[in-house]
Ligand binder design. Structure first.
Ligand code: AMP
Ligand code: GLY
Length: 407
């Protein structure tokens, strides 16, 4: 089978490596750091299966265009991708499907939004409705900060049009879990659970980011929790989507809070998590291309299978990330780190300048270590991290350190 992966970051690099174990792979547009990268647009690539990585082309209808041309595509159409494109719509679908989730209100006007905010006890959670690359969410103990954020978002000052509608939510407490579910339109199978570290700095300090690291498996999450989420949340969501005429074939990424009252859905994403894919996919022990092709064709028959070993990934980010990442810094030690046993360095945002690797994005490298358990994988990943450097490189030193409580 020949697979075309669409995208250019660390997630797509991880997809290419995992798919490449059983299939031929090209990545478009890819990057100088990802083997098999081609400049040809996906519509012009001849492949048996198309796997679309990022949310933006999904929301823009790339899967629909490829399907209209008769291609086999893993990734939802624009109708299903709206789950990520509009948090207000996602909450509507969750409620209709009876999925446990935080109470909320959606607003376009400041006065009712502030009135609703005042009814909540805090901490306060304010989200932009539209796509904001994981950066549109404010969780704060300060009512004044939350109120100012509502005003900034609704005025379009923050996040432009993506922010002109806000979702204000009940605050939930507990460890978070990312469960990537492969869907064929009717049913779903779960991949191994992962935990993501969203805040920029150690101890969960600093702003939210796209994700600063992840690990899998999550020792305190057994098959019972995974089944509960599949049965209570993911399958009812697929049924609800079907009733709306949406045939959802792709990843439904369940972002969950494991509260004392059970798992609650924080959000759905419509793609593999980044950097969750960089710990889940290296552990995949079956034929990933086969599984995704089955889902794309409308009937999953394979059972996902995972290596017992653990994976930990540490994101190395550029100076200024997440707001104003600086690019063009020379990266030292990349090839050496990549050559260490049990290590893969996924290229998230790098470019080639002469013989050198330089930074070319906010999240630059994802250093994944494998080990017999999470602690071993963590040690391997951080040993490789210590071999890499560039001016202003940022990373967390506490990824997967407290596996019981997570991020
Ligand atoms: P989201 O992009 O919706 O997943 O939100 C980003 C992060 O904000 C989540 O991973 C949580 O850490 C936090 N968050 C979002 N919604 C809530 C909530 N209702 N209660 C507590 N924390 C939340
Ligand atoms: N790691 C969070 C995300 O992919 O949205």
């Amino acid at each position: 089978m020949n697979v075309c992966v669409v995208g250019s970051g660390g997630r797509e690099h991880a997809l290419a490596v995992a798919l490449g174990r059983t299939a031929g792979v090209v990545v478009t547009p890819g990057s100088p750091g990802i083997p098999g990268s081609v400049a040809t647009p996906p519509e012009e690539v001849d492949a048996d299966l198309y796997v679309i990585g990022p949310e933006t082309p999904l929301v823009d209808g790339l899967a629909d265009r490829l399907r209209a041309a008769g291609r086999l595509v893993f990734g939802p159409g624009a109708d299903g991708a709206r789950l990520e494109g509009s948090k207000a719509w996602m909450k509507e679908v969750l409620q209709e499907a009876g999925v446990p989730t935080a109470a909320y209100g959606a607003f376009t006007d400041v006065d009712p939004a502030l009135a609703f905010l005042r009814t909540l006890p805090g901490p306060w959670v304010v989200k932009t409705d539209g796509l904001a690359a994981g950066k549109g969410v404010l969780v704060t103990d300060s009512f004044d900060e939350a109120a100012a954020d509502v005003v900034a978002k609704l005025s379009g000052q923050a996040f432009g049009d993506a922010g002109r509608r806000v979702v204000i939510e009940e605050w939930l407490d507990g460890p978070e879990l990312s469960l990537l579910c492969v869907c064929d339109g009717r049913t779903a199978v779960a991949l191994a659970p992962a935990q993501d570290f969203k805040r920029l700095a150690d101890g969960d300090a600093g702003p939210n980011t796209g994700g600063m690291g992840a690990y899998s498996p999550v020792p305190f999450v057994g098959p019972d929790i995974v089944d509960e989420v599949l049965e209570q949340s993911v399958k009812p969501t697929l049924a609800s989507l079907r009733a709306r005429g949406v045939d959802y074939r792709g990843v439904l990424y369940a972002g969950l809070m494991l509260t004392s009252a059970g798992p609650k859905m924080l959000e759905y994403n419509v793609r593999f998590g980044d950097p969750e894919a960089q710990v889940v996919l290296p552990r995949y022990a079956g034929d990933l291309a086969q599984l995704l092709a089955e889902a794309a064709g409308g009937r999953i028959e394979s059972e996902p299978a995972f290596d017992d070993r653990a994976a930990v990934t540490v994101v190395l980010a550029a100076e200024g990330y997440p707001l104003h990442p600086r690019t063009g810094d020379v990266i030292e030690g990349l090839d050496k780190a990549d050559g260490l046993p049990g290590v893969t360095v996924f290229r998230a945002g790098v470019a080639r300048r002469g013989d050198e690797w330089v930074t070319a994005g906010g999240r630059v490298l994802n250093v994944t270590g494998m080990g017999d358990d999470v602690a071993g994988a963590r040690a391997t990943a951080y040993e490789a991290v210590s071999a890499i450097s560039w001016p202003g490189m940022q990373y967390r030193t506490d990824i997967a350190q407290r596996v019981h409580s997570g991020s």
